[in-house]
Design a protein around this ligand. Structure first.
Ligand code: UDX
Length: 479
């Protein structure tokens, strides 16, 4: 009798960014031919994926693909946003963990189709319980971290930072240098550390969760990172000291694009946004001059106050540049954004502004009219921008975004870091700098990095070779 084929269970963190990248990994694994891939999401996310994306096409294109779901333990009307994410982590630990164990033990995925037993789990590294459960049952487990490697390395160094007395901060000077993160001694400041370091409370639940992470992730059989060697080589060698079996296979979205192109398959169906995309912005972009628009979007989770919204509006309008702005309906705390930026105000912007609730971001960033990206520095957004060679202005919100923006501004020289300010004059000046005064300088670095990103996912690129190695390892783990 033929042996059962390898069956990989992929379990992403139930948020837009991580789902985007892990679905891309799922597709890359399916494209390798003989793997069964079950994509496990929370019931809440399943509903959104089925409703808003064309995930259905995965079933017809990839016979080995299946979607399964599990409860996240939260009431349906929970916002699953910003500050309330801690509640989500607690519920995942309390409610989802035992359900996940039951699922693996019984082999019952609840999706209705008959599947071979799971031979390998690939889970988001922040979901530490997946490692506990897989280890307990004896299934190999590989972690994927969808956040940036520079953030991950800081997380791994948290014990060192505490030991050296660098956190909690002793005073309010956010510009004080940080010296206990090897490889970042020359440029890291307190304000670039993850936002939760500012609370000063080392018993904070979020802080404790990250503190445990280095111990957890190094117990896994490997670590996949959505990045590429040319972007973060020196840091990756530090990470390898804790996680020697590292697979850098990014940028995942570009990797998938290039793989689909080689197999002559269209890529347009892989829209994984679980919000409804407003594609009218592409038509608006079609009517704008070449490289004349700044695209503004703060991802899927960041929120802002009404005052901050108005600073952005005035700063952008006063810069005199054209802009396409994604304002999600839940972006502004407490009120609808339209109650601040009235029809009248918008009319006053003389057609230079276009606002949507959610955009097809990858297509927007690759559009010929887009010159720059005002971003919150979520890791997917950064990789998408790097791949398209689009310089950035950074307004980080939380988690890895503070250090990501430092890397964009100071290390990679791909743009300007506006962290910790939200002032119309600063915004106006930065937009002008990026779009006019310093445009050539940033475009040169962005072009250079885009070429390196493209090479990494080309036929003989390092990310491509690492993906092949991952697929081989997944196969051999199932023997
Ligand atoms: C979360 C964390 O906040 C972030 O720090 C971490 O790096 C990843 O997860 P999120 O807000 O989801 O970030 O941002 P990001 O990682 O940039 O992912 C957002 C995704 O949504 C991107 O793939 C982007 O293309 C997509 N998007 C965003 C759209 O498709 N349309 C939009 O209008 C905005």
């Amino acid at each position: 009798m033929d042996p059962e084929p390898p069956h990989v269970l992929i379990f992403p963190l139930p948020l837009q960014g991580p789902i985007n990248s892990m679905l891309k990994l799922a597709e890359l694994l399916c494209l390798s031919g003989d793997l069964h891939v079950t994509f496990l999401v929370t019931d809440h996310i399943r509903g959104r994926l089925l409703h808003h994306t064309n995930i259905q096409t995965y079933f017809s294109r990839y016979p080995g693909f299946d979607l399964a779901s599990i409860s996240d333990g939260l009431p349906e009307n929970h916002p699953r946003l910003g500050d309330q994410l801690t509640e989500m982590f607690d519920a995942l630990e309390a409610v989802t963990k035992p359900l996940f164990r039951e699922m693996l033990v019984s082999g019952e995925m609840g999706s209705g189709s008959r599947r071979p037993p799971v031979t390998c789990v690939i889970a988001d590294g922040i979901l530490g319980f997946t490692i506990d459960v897989a280890k307990e049952i004896g299934i190999p487990v590989i972690c994927l971290r969808t956040i940036s490697p520079c953030f991950l390395w800081i997380i791994f160094c948290l014990p060192k930072l505490i030991e050296a007395g660098e956190i909690p901060f002793k005073d309010n000077d956010l510009d004080a240098p940080i010296k206990s993160v090897p490889g970042m001694e020359d440029f890291l400041r307190r304000r670039d550390l993850p936002s939760f370091c500012r609370s000063g409370n080392l018993t904070d639940r979020i802080f404790k969760r990250y503190l445990m992470e280095s111990k957890q992730v190094s117990r896994a059989d490997g670590l996949i990172l959505n990045s590429f060697e040319d972007l973060e080589g020196p840091l990756l060698s530090h990470i390898r000291t804790l996680c020697p079996n590292l697979y850098t296979i990014g940028p995942l979205h570009a990797h998938l694009k290039s793989r689909l192109a080689i197999q002559n398959l269209p890529s347009s169906f892989s829209s994984t946004s679980f919000r409804k995309e407003d594609r009218s912005c592409l038509e608006w972009l079609d009517q704008q001059p070449y490289k004349s628009v700044i695209y503004v979007s703060f991802g899927s989770l960041a929120t802002m106050t009404g005052d901050q919204l108005m600073e952005f509006w005035h700063g952008l309008v006063n810069s005199g540049e054209r802009f396409l702005w994604v304002i999600r309906p839940d972006s502004v705390v407490g009120k609808n954004w339209e109650s601040y930026i009235s029809e009248e105000l918008r009319e006053g912007s003389k057609g230079r502004a276009y606002i949507v609730g959610w955009a097809p971001q990858e297509e927007v960033l690759s559009h010929k009219s887009v010159a720059a990206f005002f971003t919150h520095c979520g890791w997917n957004s950064i990789l998408e921008s790097i791949y398209e060679g689009v310089p950035m202005i950074c307004w980080p919100y939380f988690v890895d975004q503070q250090v990501n923006s430092r890397f964009v501004g100071e290390v990679w020289k791909l743009g300007l870091d506006m962290k910790d300010t939200c002032d119309r004059f600063v915004i106006e000046k930065m937009v002008r700098d990026l779009m006019e005064e310093r445009r050539d300088e940033f475009e040169r670095s962005a072009d250079h990095m885009a070429n390196l990103a493209r090479q990494s996912v080309s036929e003989d690129g390092v990310s491509r070779r690492n993906l092949d190695r991952l697929i081989e390892d997944v196969r051999s783990l199932s023997l």
